[in-house]
Design a protein around this ligand. Sequence first.
Ligand code: PLI
Length: 459
Amino acid sequence: MKTIKQSWAEPYKIKMVELLKMTTEAQRKKAMKEAGYNTFLLRSEDVYIDLLTDSGTSAMSDRQWAGMMLGDEAYAGSRNFYHLEEVVREVYGYKYLIPTHQGRGAENILSKILIKKGDIIPGNMYFTTTRLHQELAGGKFEDVIIDEAHDPENEFPFKGNIDLYKLEKLIKKHGAKKIPYVSMATSVNMAGGQPISMKNLKELRSLTKKHGILVIHDMTRVAENAYFIQQKEKGYAGKTIKAIVKEICSLTDGATMSAKKDALVNIGGFLAVNDWNIYEEARNMVVVYEGLHTYGGLAGRDMEAMAIGIGESVCDDHIRARIGQVIYLGEKMMEYEVPIVKPIGGHGIFVDAKKFLPHIPQENYPAQTLAAEMYLDSGVRTMERGVVSAGRKANGENYFPKLELVRFTIPRRVYTQAHMDVIAESAARVYERRRSIKGLQMIYEPKYLRFFQAKFEKL
Ligand code: PLI
């Protein structure tokens, strides 16, 4: 007898729906041209299924919406701040909390406090805003992720791991005094949402301790990372996501958080640290860039929604369904032979544009091209994560990253399995006509984070 599969399903039901506009091919052609072949410049109302990002695009629960009504909009000392502080301490274990308007607000403050001109910041692959803030503070980012992370075909389960040999070499070369902290991300975004293992994290902890170097955690998608540890790492199968998240955080000195991802809110972030002195400086600095230290650029209601969202984000049923949906889409794409980054990561499917469009050189932006073609085919909006996102070095030269990817990012609790089918079928259709697709040239390039606003035209 055939064995019966045990399917995942959403641990919620739908109470309200948002109607979408269906567009024609002619409408999409016009919209894409006007947007300069940059999916960031499309109007959202022209998009059918929006996979641009999982950032701030998740659906809040009825409990979160009810929490919004409990917003205490006092300028100072809002009760929602104290609730959030309590939740951050309980769930993540960090002692001191500074709310910020979103993740990059925390990155700005932390970089300004910890980085001096000429410092080196090693990390497990760059993230766009994180690296920019490190550079603006006078530091230089050095990638110390394991080599496997740069190979879309390599199926190593923890491609977010840090290569401790590379890190040791950097410490030897520059001296520990030049390295204020290791920038360690869980669920490495640019590598395809790839997790770091607890074993690697423990080894990182002991190496950095020996040299007196801090570990700062980009915990934007920590619960998703915890799921992979639970599923794939020896000794963690019987532990809850909540326990694994807390253990990860306990191996670090502080964290920056974009709560717009894991924590299920549309806006918000924070900086959390264990050291009083860093906290004191951050508390002083937040009033310059964000707002008073008990709101940091957020409304009381936003902090309440975040506090409740954090609790929901570490529930095992939630995370199993969340990543279950991502895996469902990835497996569908593989059935159609669309080349994707393997293993499937936590927050989306990353299509390998170099393999999808091998006839387009990286100078003509294969991933940017493919993202535009996906929109033209079906109104599905995706995002380039390749040479455009990588930007330029301080000397003006382009970075040419090994990974040239298109990210199909899945918002949490928003789309259905039928949407996933439509997305996979559209990718398969574009793949079928891939040889007829031509590349792009850039006709406008902004100075910072160019992927957001650059414009292109077809070759
Ligand atoms: O977009 P912010 O400022 O709330 O957060 C910046 C940020 C920091 N770290 C990581 C790993 C991120 O993924 C991140 C933002 N990510 C976006 C916007 C994304 O689309 O992936």
